[in-house]
Design a protein around this ligand. Structure first.
Ligand code: SF4
Length: 442
């Protein structure tokens, strides 16, 4: 490893090794409220690392056991914060994003806004439903790395009220410049995930004017994605986590039992084709399954024109995998450079949406700092600049409140019967639960 890391390399190393906090740091007054709300991943400290191409936003692990052995120490100096690599005696200047004023605000119903949604990087993340029904099985069928069943509903409001969501998003847009609201939920059972999200996306489009993303377990009823787009969804993400089917089955028992990996692939393939390059994400975790499987996942996702969202595995406290080792820097650097190159080869438009910095992952846009800046690097940069100019008009229209055609309370007329192939077991359970077979209207 070169001694001095660039901003993206430092991001990767901090994800892998975490960071300790020196007593000189006064985070209570300087930092955003620490919140364990999103499968434990957002449990760290939000940090900005200035880079030559862009500032990098990240959420550094600080609570986990491995972080206590990290060579990195966050310190406060008269000039601001720095991260010191105590082993190599190198200091990196960083910034701690302050808590936005609206975190202390309340909605008109008296709900604290930080319990409705929180900033993760520069976008607003809202966990719409308090529950993931995988956690209600005995023994639990929750994903083995996840702590959602332990956190949500404790730190957050359980069922989000639509007007609370709209008011919070409006304040976040006005005061923090939020352009993207990401709506997330665990497994809702009975194919309810997209139905639950529909009123929120429409409310956000019509009353706030933001880009919207939806992340729920995939639906076998593919026509529902068309309906959600009509209701105002700009982006879908599919967390299938592991490309290797054995790792998928063993570490995601609920997803294996009720959905099957193929269901994720079908929904990803359908929406990627429908929505075009970069509008859909395939989300995976790197650092648990063999490296070749992670690279295969990147090829698969980018080959569809979808955006690779790659989390570096974090052994979150309280999860069943809390003792699993954190991955190595060298492996993760290789993965992230490969991800950038796969985006380049498949012409994925990275970093073209306005002001969306994601702190939980190394984004392909961050990974632009990893490769050699040769001719192919410069060509891709030029294409991305041109793409940004092309989509500017579309984004500025989307950022104004406007009417959307879809009706979240009514399915469209004449939708076809679902025909998606699922695993035999998943199909049997889906039929038993009444998920397959199209219900007309709500
Ligand atoms: S689907 Fe898995 S990762 Fe998501 S909330 Fe449920 S258990 Fe956690």
């Amino acid at each position: 490893m070169a001694d001095i890391l660039n901003a993206c390399e430092l991001e990767i190393d901090l994800f892998c090794r975490g960071m300790r906090i020196d007593p000189s740091s006064t985070l209570q007054q300087d930092a955003r409220f620490l919140s364990r709300t999103r499968a434990g991943l957002g449990s760290g400290l939000e940090l900005v690392i200035p880079g030559d191409l862009k500032d990098i936003w990240m959420n550094v692990p600080i609570e986990e056991d491995f972080a206590q052995d990290s060579p990195y120490l966050l310190m406060k100096s008269p000039d601001g914060y720095l991260v010191r690599d105590e082993k190599k005696q190198i200091d990196y200047n960083v910034q701690i994003p302050p808590e936005p004023p609206w975190y202390a605000g309340q909605t008109s119903q008296g709900t604290p806004m930080h319990k409705v949604g929180i900033l993760q990087g520069t976008y607003l993340g809202i966990y719409i439903s308090n529950s993931c029904s995988f956690w209600y099985h005995s023994p639990s069928l929750g994903c083995r790395f996840c702590t959602t069943g332990l956190n949500v509903g404790v730190n957050e409001v359980s069922n989000k009220d639509l007007s609370d969501v709209v008011e919070t998003a409006r304040r976040a847009k006005e005061e923090s410049g939020v352009t993207f609201v990401h709506l997330n939920s665990g497994f809702a059972g009975r194919d309810r995930g997209l139905d639950i999200m529909a009123p929120y996306v429409k409310g956000l489009k019509e009353q706030v004017g933001v880009l919207t993303g939806v992340q729920v377990t995939p639906s076998p009823n593919l026509w529902k994605y068309d309906w959600l787009v009509d209701c105002g969804t700009d982006h879908f993400s599919f967390c299938y986590e592991f490309h290797n089917p054995r790792f998928f089955a063993e570490l995601l028992p609920g997803k294996e039992k009720f959905l099957g990996q193929r269901t994720f692939f079908n929904a990803l393939e359908y929406t990627a084709k429908k929505m075009g390059p970069g509008r859909v994400s395939g989300e995976i975790i790197a650092g648990v399954e063999p490296l070749e499987d992670t690279l295969r996942a990147i090829d698969y996702i980018t080959g569809l024109g979808a955006f690779p969202t790659i989390c570096i595995f974090r052994p979150t406290l309280g999860s069943e995998m809390e003792r699993h080792p954190s991955p190595t820097y060298s492996d993760m650097r290789l993965v992230m450079e490969y991800m950038w190159d796969a985006c380049r080869r498949n012409n994925i438009p990275i970093g073209v949406a306005p002001n969306i910095e994601v702190s939980l992952i190394v984004s392909p846009d961050d990974a632009r700092m990893l490769p050699k800046r040769d001719f192919k690097w410069r060509m891709y940069e030029a294409k991305l600049k041109a793409a940004s100019r092309l989509v500017k008009g579309r984004f500025s229209r989307e950022l104004k409140p406007h009417t959307v055609a879809g009706d979240p309370n009514r399915y469209p007329e004449g939708v076809p019967e679902p025909v998606m192939p699922m695993s035999e077991e998943a199909t049997r359970l889906a039929r038993q639960e009444g998920v397959l077979g199209h219900p007309v209207g709500h």
